[in-house]
Design a protein around this ligand. Structure first.
Ligand code: SF4
Length: 397
């Protein structure tokens, strides 16, 4: 941990480190405490909102659920400001920015600049990160790029449907590090990159390249190009968890996950209510891959707090998901998800209008919940942080 601390202070602009520590660390903790207090009052408003600000992207990834090949759509700066300002009134200070590719949004930097008191994590393929864009991020100071790497050069091209993907992404990582940003690297671990990336040498390479944190998601076979054959099997799902816990204890890099508590018990962030998602069209969704909604950010004069805390669909989704599994209802029980959608006559939020058809052909499969194979946190700091600010929040009784 000391080595990682030293890496942070010697490679990150100290002003950015302060903003991260205060706006994400301290205020983030307070926002979770307010979330917990609201839960006791029967009100569920997530401290972490994930917002897909556009559907457009320059890549065509396997398993992507976004309408990337459809006409471009952007959530306007005005709508983003109203959404963020409303959430801030309820203690939120952290926002996940997704897409499509967020750097293709013409007002991305204006959105960040408009909220210096907040912290943003930008989920990006890194292809638009260079000294100009990374320099702007450094100047604004309140965002970290989480750059996705999906495999070796050949696998990356295959996974992402374009040529020379990895070299462009690695150049993006270099630009982020060179501009002293807090830089993260994410992977959607699947059959084609498991052997290459779920290994210590890859973590060492990330440290060598200057990354400060890493995040292993597990592949979700969804969307129009689902490729279910890429999904991980039970042994691999447990191995990814075990590997993450081991690396936390061994390497000078932070290892993020959103699927397990301090005891290694699985959880679904959407089922616990700690996070929900806004689609590129302003739809209020349980999570990015559940593309059904009955509410939008325009409802209640843009009062997202009122819209989310009063949403029968979100409430039913959380209760049904938590009752069915500690894992992912989309993977394990797509049939139950279909029932929730039908019960509320929820709208298909995609342009392709195929979300239900895609759900209907999904087979049930394993997810992060592997009862009896829990891997508890080994490192005291992760154990402490999860024990207090990232667990089931009473969803799993
Ligand atoms: S439903 Fe599945 S993909 Fe969505 S947040 Fe829960 S575990 Fe993650």
């Amino acid at each position: 941990m000391l080595k990682m601390g030293y890496r942070m202070v010697s490679t990150v602009d100290l002003r950015l480190l302060w903003k991260f520590g205060y706006s994400f660390g301290y205020k983030g903790m307070k926002s979770v405490n307010r979330f917990k207090k609201r839960l006791k009052e029967g009100k569920v408003f997530p401290p972490f909102l994930y917002i897909s600000i556009t559907n457009t992207c320059n890549l065509r990834c396997q398993g992507c659920w976004v309408d990337v090949d459809k006409p471009q759509h952007f959530i306007s700066l005005e709508d983003m400001n109203r959404l963020i300002n409303n959430a801030k009134k309820h203690g939120n200070s952290f926002f996940g920015i997704l897409g499509g590719e967020p750097f293709m949004h013409p007002q991305l930097f204006d959105i960040l600049e408009a909220h210096p008191d907040c912290y943003f994590q930008i989920f990006t393929n890194g292809q638009y990160l260079n000294d100009e864009t990374a320099g702007r991020l450094r100047k604004i100071g309140n965002a970290t790029p989480l750059i996705s790497v999906e495999g070796t050069e050949i696998v990356s091209d295959e996974r992402r449907g374009r040529k020379k993907v990895l070299s462009k992404t690695l150049a993006g990582i270099e630009a982020a590090v060179r501009n002293r940003l807090i830089t993260g690297v994410a992977t959607s671990v699947c059959q084609s990159n498991f052997d290459d990336l779920v290994r210590e040498e890859w973590v060492d390479e990330l440290i060598e390249r200057g990354a400060h944190y890493m995040w292993f998601h597990t592949y979700r076979p969804v969307g129009p190009d689902a490729n279910p054959e890429l999904a991980l099997n039970t042994e691999q799902l447990v191995a990814v968890r075990r590997f993450g816990v081991e690396m936390r204890n061994k390497k000078a890099i932070a290892v993020v996950d959103a699927y397990w508590d301090d005891k290694g018990q699985a959880l679904c962030p959407a089922a616990t209510g700690i996070s929900h998602h806004i689609s590129p069209f302003g739809d209020v969704e349980p999570c990015p891959i559940v593309q059904f909604a009955n509410e939008t950010i325009q409802d209640n004069d843009g009062d997202i707090y009122k819209t989310m805390t009063e949403s029968p669909l979100l409430e039913d989704f959380r209760k049904t998901a938590a009752k069915a599994t500690r894992g992912c209802i989309v993977l394990e029980r797509p049939d139950l998800l279909k029932e929730v959608v039908t019960r509320h006559d929820a709208r298909d939020t995609t342009i392709r209008k195929a979300a239900m058809a895609e759900l209907e052909v999904m087979d049930s499969r394993g997810s992060q919940h592997q009862p009896g194979r829990e891997v508890p946190e080994k490192h005291w700091m992760y154990r402490f942080a999860k024990k207090h600010w990232f667990f089931g929040f009473g969803a799993y009784t």
